[in-house]
Write a protein that binds this ligand. Structure first.
Ligand code: ASP
Length: 589
């Protein structure tokens, strides 16, 4: 139907006759001459219709926005002064000989170039939204990333093997999406939270290097970087230790950035222990573009009279830390940070404004200075390296509260005060604990997942002192986003049993849920490990958008709904009966 894409036309085609197909992006009637900007996926071309060619002109008069057209005409240079350097085809235009309306279009719910559309509007009319240039760009970027991933993994001997979508519950720690079985009334499949156990079984089966770009399903509360269904680049290998896997996977991400964006990521990626990440940044996915760090003060505050600090410092799980900030902050800004950190559980936000560091205490402006002895104040100035004009914020509480509050404050000040370096700052976070204490359930839960191997020599700690057992787990972090996480897996049934026991999973439960894994670990399981990257997050970072919804063609809303097709939806009584299901509550809609 066509000879060229609109966006591909250039001065090299002057005097050639071309046929284009696309959408009428804009139509301008200049009294006697009609201009149509014709759009296809490659871009725009300007079509000129003059009244000499009656049929073409007549059709052009009927054209409205988003009509689908087929235009044949001659490429010519634009008159001097009307060249558009913004456009690939900006030097030329097409003098229309024929204009055929292939399909008219109803008035759109919004114009393609409208800014500030609400997300509800965009997702309800997603097809129109996807026509917009940024969305076209994002999805093509996503495709190029996926292709670069496949290329790299293929070159390194990985093969793509599909795993089931209808399966049983996998333990990534989120809620499952369930699918009722018609053939087995009362029984349910779970959609996979990840292919974790299947990829391990593929290693036992001898495939050695597996990958898959695969949908995963987790029914959890949604945020900008979470969707009920999202895409992982899922990888597993045999006979490689964690360092070798990390190097191979670092190579993957470096290659993707190089191929797709022409960006050279700084290598090798720095490696940071989990404990150091928390100590220095308050979080396990630090944004290294922000040049602010926490300072440890717990030891220093054990001796002071000031109760708020001393009590926190004396707690077994307590922490006192400081965040020094070297930018101008108004009194109001400082005051507004207190309610901000309160949302992270902090009960207050003490601070010292350093007016003259040589004068202790008079050079220090703060409600708490009078409670702290001069030598402690001096030590605080020394450890934080505070200079005149700086502000030092304090956190004193249980360590998780201090970390969350000061970690978030660090990000907020970094962003509000434009301290974020324009750069890519990847890193590895290593040495995660095997377990974390679940305060609500009053039991240990797996920090990564229950199949993660302990550090060599830590096998016995699993039973005796779970808090101290370190895992062979690793996360890749980029600019404050966790973009990947993985581990070496347990390949011996008896170690796997120990972990289940520590997690409070009885032998009977373990058999019932993971019998297939335990059995197969006995038939010659190789040492193995892997990782999964969040494709949506990687593409969102590369595209420079805040939400992964902007790099997914048909995403769900924050309330886990698809507004385009209106899912989820009620189903017929007949369907329910076939599945042996009676509803406890009728759907609201
Ligand atoms: N299955 C893990 C996850 O989805 C990743 C891995 O350990 O490979 O988080």
């Amino acid at each position: 139907m066509r000879t060229h894409y609109c966006g591909e036309l250039s001065a090299a085609l002057v005097d050639r006759t071309v046929t284009l197909c696309g959408w009428a992006h804009r139509r301008r009637d200049h009294g006697g001459v009609i201009f149509i900007d014709l759009r296809d996926r490659e871009g725009l071309a300007q079509v000129v219709c003059d009244p000499d060619r009656q049929a073409a002109f007549g059709a052009a008069e009927r054209v409205r926005n988003e009509y689908v057209l087929r235009v044949t005409g001659r490429v010519r240079r634009r008159p001097q002064g009307t060249v558009n350097p913004e456009l690939g085809s900006g030097e030329i235009e097409v003098l229309a000989h024929e204009v055929e309306i292939l399909n008219p279009a109803a008035a759109l719910p919004f114009q393609l170039d409208e800014d500030n559309l609400s997300e509800i509007t965009r997702l309800t009319h997603r097809v129109i939204d996807l026509r917009r240039e940024p969305m076209q760009r994002n999805l093509r970027l996503r495709y190029r990333v996926a292709m670069a991933v496949r290329d790299y993994l293929d070159t390194h001997g990985f093969i793509d093997i599909e795993t089931p979508m209808l399966t049983r519950s996998t333990p990534e720690g989120a809620r499952d999406y369930l699918v009722p079985s018609r053939v087995h009334p009362g029984e349910f499949f779970a959609l996979p939270q990840s292919p974790q156990l299947f990829k391990q079984l593929l290693m036992v089966a001898g495939f050695d290097r597996y990958y898959q770009i695969v949908k995963c399903f987790r029914d959890e509360d949604l945020r900008a970087d979470r969707q009920p269904e999202f895409t992982q680049i899922d990888v597993e290998t045999s006979f490689l230790d964690e360092r070798a896997i990390q190097d191979l996977m670092e190579g993957l991400i470096v290659e993707v950035f190089r191929n797709v964006l022409g960006v050279e990521l700084p290598q090798p990626f720095p490696r940071l222990a989990y404990a150091d990440a928390l100590a220095r940044y308050g979080v396990d996915k630090p944004d290294l573009r922000i040049p602010l760090e926490l300072t440890e003060l717990t030891d220093l505050m054990r001796t002071v009279d000031f109760k708020v600090f001393r009590q926190a410092a004396e707690l077994a799980s307590g922490r006192v830390a400081a965040l020094k900030v070297s930018v101008e902050l108004t009194r109001k800004e400082i005051d507004d940070f207190a309610p901000f950190v309160a949302t992270y559980g902090a009960k207050g936000l003490a601070y010292i404004k350093v007016n003259d560091r040589a004068k202790i205490p008079d050079g220090l402006q703060s409600p708490i200075v009078k409670f702290l002895p001069a030598e402690v104040l001096r030590a605080v100035l020394e450890r934080t390296g505070a200079q005149n004009g700086d502000v030092i914020f304090f956190g004193a509480d249980k360590a998780p509260v201090v970390n969350a509050a000061l970690g978030a404050l660090r990000l907020k000040i970094g962003q509000d005060k434009n301290l974020v370096e324009k750069a890519w700052r990847p890193l590895w976070v290593l040495d995660f604990p095997m377990f974390e204490w679940d305060e609500e359930a009053k039991r240990w839960s797996a920090m990564h997942h229950p199949f993660t191997a302990p550090r060599d020599g830590h096998e016995d700690l699993i039973g005796s002192d779970p808090a101290r057992a370190v895992a062979k787990a690793y996360d890749m972090v980029l600019n404050g986003w966790e973009i990947g996480g993985g581990s070496i897996r347990i390949h011996r049934a008896e170690v796997q049993q120990k972990v289940f026991k520590a997690l409070g999973i009885t032998e009977a439960e373990a058999r019932a849920k993971f019998g297939f894994l335990l059995d197969n670990l006995q038939y010659g399981a190789p040492p193995h490990g892997g990782i999964a990257f969040g494709l949506d997050r990687i593409v969102a970072l590369m595209a420079g958008v805040d939400s992964i919804r902007d790099v997914i063609a048909f995403p769900k809303t924050q309330r886990a709904q698809d507004l385009l097709v209106q899912a989820p939806s009620a189903v017929d009584e007949k369907q329910l009966r076939e599945l042996g299901i009676r509803l406890r509550e009728k759907p609201k809609s």
